[in-house]
Design a protein around this ligand. Structure first.
Ligand SMILES: NC(=O)c1ccc[n+]([C@@H]2O[C@H](COP(=O)([O-])OP(=O)(O)OC[C@H]3O[C@@H](n4cnc5c(N)ncnc54)[C@H](OP(=O)(O)O)[C@@H]3O)[C@@H](O)[C@H]2O)c1
Length: 268
């Protein structure tokens, strides 16, 4: 019998291993890390209630697999909205093996924790900024107050200041690659996922679906407005698409949908 929270066959460490060729191709061709998007949603795609409650939409097996995904990445990335709503640790704590051997042979155990935060408003007490063996990186915009940046740096946090008011994937992803990060797990929230898709900076999707329905138009879906980068279309043609694999049923009843972005142009 499997210990509680363990994923079934097909969702073990080999399932989360990155393809080193794809990671290398992404870096060489596009100068950015390989990006996986991850979200846990209800059947109608919602990742939180309208009041921001999201813990926990999916069950223990999905969460355990999510932590393994973190362990396979060089960095885990979220938006400031998620930090303010959930105060996540973004660590791999609780992953069964603790440290995971990646396909390329390197060992990952403490992926960098990265927050996108235009104005450096992240609380200094945020759990993802707690000092440990992992790098902590806050990506801020050009207008971030200097005293906030200094306060973050005094905690040992690396601050990347972008040239625009809001950090954009076309700039912060190459900057993270220059810091040595070859792969990222973007864990949301909705606006970050939308921004990564809109800027063609998403390579894979890992969508965990619970068998529940939120049924609330005001609750956020896993992908927010794609914005100006993907203008509203009159029809269904040309939507961003993921090439989905057969769903994987996890212990407890949740389902995992995995897919790579369709089209070679995805890696740009
Ligand atoms: N179920 C799940 O899997 C899951 C996972 C994560 C989050 N959540 C839920 O999602 C909700 C938060 O989602 P959210 O959409 O409000 O916030 P979010 O995506 O976490 O953060 C969005 C904010 O990040 C900042 N940002 C900076 N650069 C950005 C960029 N290039 N693209 C997008 N955002 C950028 C912006 O704020 P500034 O302009 O101030 O920088 C933006 O408003 C919470 O309710 C949380 O519980 C659920």
């Amino acid at each position: 019998m499997q210990p509680e929270g363990m994923a079934p066959d097909g969702a073990g460490p080999e399932a989360v291993a990155l393809d080193p060729d794809r990671v290398r191709a992404c870096l060489e061709r596009y100068g950015r890390p390989y990006v996986r998007l991850k979200a846990a949603a209800t059947l109608d795609g919602k990742i939180a209630t309208r009041h921001g409650e999201s813990q926990w939409i999916t069950g223990a097996a999905a969460r355990a697999l999510g932590r393994r995904l973190r362990g396979a990445a060089d960095g885990v990335l979220v938006g400031i909205g998620t930090v303010l709503a959930d105060d996540p640790r973004l660590t791999v704590r609780g992953a069964e093996e603790g440290r995971i051997v990646q396909a390329g042979g390197s060992v990952a155990g403490a992926p960098a924790r990265i927050v996108l935060d235009s104005t450096a408003r992240v609380p200094l007490t945020a759990r993802c900024l707690a000092a440990d063996e992992a790098r902590r990186i806050v990506v801020v915009g050009s207008g971030a107050p200097e005293h906030r940046v200094a306060a973050l740096r005094s905690l040992g946090v690396e601050v990347l200041t972008m040239a625009t008011a809001r950090p954009e994937p076309g700039a912060f992803l190459p900057a993270l690659a220059r810091l040595g990060l070859r792969s990222l797990l973007a864990e949301g929230g909705a606006k970050v996922h939308a921004s990564m898709i809109a800027h063609r900076a998403a390579d894979e999707l890992w969508l965990f679906l619970a068998g529940s329905v939120m049924g609330d138009g005001a609750a956020p879906a896993w992908c927010a407005d794609l914005g100006e980068a993907v203008p509203p279309r009159p029809g269904l043609a040309g939507l961003p698409r993921f090439r989905l694999e057969p769903p994987l049923r996890l212990e407890g009843g949740d389902v995992l949908l995995r897919g790579e972005v369709e089209g070679a142009e995805a890696l740009q």
